[in-house]
Design a binder for this molecule. Structure first.
Ligand code: ZN
Length: 214
């Protein structure tokens, strides 16, 4: 069976997100998502807590780790990985616990915490997937560039909303075959289709201000 998953979601365990378990569940039901990958900033707590609490969803526990060379997502993690380590060491720590290395928004030049293309090329054999569709890149070409880079390097692509609010969950998602472990997930990801479109973080901010003034 094909399922829909949003592979980049922040929860209340990130300092800048308001997504709680109830909101996540409601949004997944409304949009027909089987689940999400939880990728909080430098924390695996949300992934583990939500996986335990939301058994009716497919929750992939993950972490968006700020390595010394830029952000790296670890999926299927069991142990939290500290920020600030060199990128190769961060990737090694992910793989040692049978996790998967995913590089988020690699060509979004406004995001200062991203890894550079030359580093990604050098480390490409340690990268399991590259995020080719992120819900809120600051400029249009970033996703296209990421997709082209992944194709050149032969790396599978992933997609996620990068949601920090419940209503943004599922704006971007992958549709893929079901899986039971990280290895199967990776095989399924090669046959996945990416869906959704960019949304503006500034528009989201504007909506928030308007709501506050009402
Ligand atoms: Zn993120």
């Amino acid at each position: 069976m094909r399922i829909k998953l949003d592979l980049h979601v922040h929860t209340v365990y990130s300092f800048d997100s308001s997504v709680d378990a109830a909101g996540l569940l409601e949004e997944c039901r409304r949009k027909g998502l089987a689940g999400v990958a939880i990728t909080d900033h430098d924390s695996l707590q949300g992934g583990l807590a939500f996986a335990a609490e939301l058994e009716q969803l497919v929750i992939i526990p993950g972490e968006e780790i700020r390595s010394a060379e830029g952000e790296i997502i670890g999926l299927f993690l069991r142990e939290e990985i500290p920020p600030g380590l060199p990128a190769p060491e961060t990737m090694e720590l992910i793989h040692r616990q049978d996790g998967l290395v995913v590089i988020p928004h690699p060509f979004d030049y406004v995001k200062l915490r991203r890894m550079t293309a030359s580093r990604l090329s050098k480390l490409s054999r340690h990268i399991d997937a590259l995020e080719a569709l992120n819900g809120k890149p600051r400029y249009w070409g970033a996703n296209r560039k990421a997709a082209a880079f992944a194709a050149r390097q032969g790396i599978p692509v992933s997609a996620g909303s990068d949601a920090h609010r419940a209503e943004d969950v599922g704006r971007v998602y992958v549709e893929m075959d079901e899986f039971t472990n990280p290895g199967e997930f990776l095989v399924a990801l090669r046959g996945a289709t990416l869906h959704g479109s960019r949304y503006s973080p500034w528009a989201s901010q504007l909506e928030r201000w308007k709501a506050r003034m009402r």
